[in-house]
Unconditional design. Structure first.
Length: 78
């Protein structure tokens, strides 16, 4: 699920096939292993970040109860 600015950031990725493909590949892997990402805050393990491609950073929150990844920031510096 994309929220806030991540919606517009995702729309920008669509214009960059390499970024879009790397993002989607990482999301597919995170669906099965959402904890395979860096913990952002020591006291809040649900908040995670992970790299995608060579120049991308994805910030999200894991909602185990709803079985969702809530993506709130997508950074592509490529």
């Amino acid at each position: 699920m994309l929220i806030g600015r991540a919606q517009a950031q995702f729309a920008d990725l669509i214009d960059h096939p390499n970024a879009y493909d790397a993002f989607m590949e990482r999301i597919i892997r995170l669906v099965d292993a959402p904890w395979d990402a860096w913990q952002v805050y020591p006291d809040e393990p649900d908040y995670r970040e992970t790299q995608f491609g060579e120049h991308g950073l994805l910030s999200f929150r894991v909602d185990d109860n709803a079985e969702l990844l809530i993506i709130f920031n997508i950074l592509w510096a490529g």
